[in-house]
Design a protein around this ligand. Structure first.
Ligand code: SAM
Length: 185
């Protein structure tokens, strides 16, 4: 428990400009993809895709079109090699870029494993997603938003992991619906 607390603290307090590349455990990747309830042909993004395992898993298992975006050229190269190795190049695109400059308004589902400041910085874009879209995050939830599912457990030898699913438009703790028509709190 102490080790987990320290791990999350390091992740959560990474200073601006510092990007953490801790991967989601494979078992959690699989559960996150299940929780998103993807249908063939849907559009899916992993915002900060790291080694690309989430988009590869989603494309392989669910037949979705998947885009992984990462700002780190090394992660992008790793992702692209993994996509090629997995033989899902027809469904998966890896983009080198900044998630805050990425238009993912066509997304049916978005995955994100980002430290809190990075995840919460995405809120204006997440609020513009289309109704019915799902957002699945790992370890950290979206500030002020009420998840529709929360799963806690051990994944791939890592204790005390948390997966959050949000359905767009989502509600906050006071029950207010957050969508593009609701003023920012
Ligand atoms: C904790 S890792 C998660 C990787 C992968 N999604 C996973 O779950 O295994 C976060 C990733 O986000 C990327 N990242 C951080 N800030 C970013 C930004 N502004 N734009 C794009 N990628 C970013 C990092 O380079 C890193 O690969």
């Amino acid at each position: 428990m102490l080790r987990l607390a320290l791990f999350l603290l390091v992740l959560a307090t990474a200073t601006a400009g510092e990007r953490l590349t801790v991967p989601t455990p494979q078992e959690a990747v699989e559960r996150m993809v299940e929780l998103a309830e993807l249908k063939p042909g849907e559009n899916v993004y992993d915002l900060g895709c790291g080694d690309g395992r989430i988009v590869i898993n989603a494309a392989r298992r669910c037949g979705v079109r998947a885009v992984g975006v990462d700002i780190d050229p090394q992660q992008v190269a790793k992702s692209r090699a993994n996509v090629q190795r997995a033989g899902v190049g027809d469904l998966v695109t890896i983009v080198e870029g900044d998630i805050y400059q990425t238009d993912f308004s066509d997304a049916d589902a978005v995955f994100a494993y980002l430290q809190p400041d990075l995840l919460n910085g995405l809120i204006p874009q997440l609020r513009r997603m289309k109704p019915g879209a799902r957002i699945v995050t790992f370890d950290f939830g979206i500030e002020g938003a009420k998840p529709s599912r929360v799963e806690r457990g051990a994944f791939g030898g890592r204790q005390h992991c948390t997966i959050y699913r949000y359905d767009v438009p989502w509600k906050d703790d006071a029950g207010t619906t957050w969508d593009i028509f609701t003023p920012s709190p």
